[in-house]
Design a protein around this ligand. Structure first.
Ligand code: PXP
Length: 237
């Protein structure tokens, strides 16, 4: 059964709207854990638009599940992550102007840099995952530099407007996931997953974990965070 990682960035987005202290991401994380999530995901962006340095320290200290820190490969952020010691880092591309992570990271393009960074994290016992599009070349490159975990970007699938393109995007994800699993990789997926499109992805046999944020936090506004997480967990199972 796939696990559920809850991304709590948008709790911090709401806090930043007023620049005060509430709602606190750590409080959200503890509720998500009580509701049965398997890991907490937070993205420390270079512009600190939502999660900040204090949040990740608090999360590291207080959560009981796995802490998956999403991050770019900017040297300042890499340094912070190495000092913090999350259970896992998920390396993503980052652009200042984007509303959210728009595409996957090109492992092919940054192979040398990523090999070095991966070695640094592995030395500290921190697992490394890369967020990539459903692309075999990226998978080959990740294997080549010793990365054992990938997260497949489900954004195109979740944005597809009609059945034909949804099916096409789904097939790309399924084929890539199965290919990576056949090479003994751990395969996660995420981005844009919600209460209607998650089932199909969760049904891909062997998929390890789904990382979901925006749809859960959105639903939580109406029905509460605990129930929103429980509902998502039930759908995945
Ligand atoms: N996984 C990764 C790597 C992401 O960058 C994001 C967005 O921060 C998510 C999962 C969660 O996406 P969403 O908020 O659309 O569920």
């Amino acid at each position: 059964m796939p696990k559920l990682g809850v991304n709590i960035d948008h709790v911090a987005t709401l806090r930043q709207a007023r620049g005060g202290r509430e709602p606190e991401p750590i409080e959200a994380a503890l509720i998500c854990e009580k509701a049965g999530c398997d890991s907490i995901v937070a993205h420390l962006r270079e512009d600190r638009r939502h999660i900040n340095d204090g949040d990740i320290v608090e999360l590291r200290k207080r959560i009981n599940t796995r802490f998956n820190l999403e991050m770019s490969i900017n040297p300042e952020i890499v340094d912070i992550a190495l000092k913090l010691g999350p259970d896992q880092v998920t390396l993503v591309p980052e652009k200042r102007q984007e509303l959210t992570t728009e595409g996957g990271l090109s492992v092919v393009k940054f192979e040398k840099k990523l090999a070095k960074i991966t070695a640094l994290f592995n030395e500290k016992g921190i697992d490394v995952s890369v967020f990539i599009g459903p692309d075999k070349n990226e998978i080959h490159s990740a294997i080549y530099i010793g990365i054992r975990t990938i997260e497949i970007h489900t954004g195109e699938y979740s944005l597809a407007k009609d059945k034909k393109s949804t099916n096409r995007e789904f097939k790309k994800i399924k084929d890539s996931a199965e290919y990576a699993m056949s090479k003994d990789m751990i395969v996660n997926a995420g981005h844009g997953l919600n209460y209607t499109n998650v089932k199909r992805i969760a049904n891909i046999k062997g998929i390890n974990e789904l990382n979901i944020g925006h749809s859960i936090i959105s639903r939580a506004v109406f029905i509460g965070l605990r129930k929103a997480v429980q509902d998502m967990k039930a759908l995945i199972q």
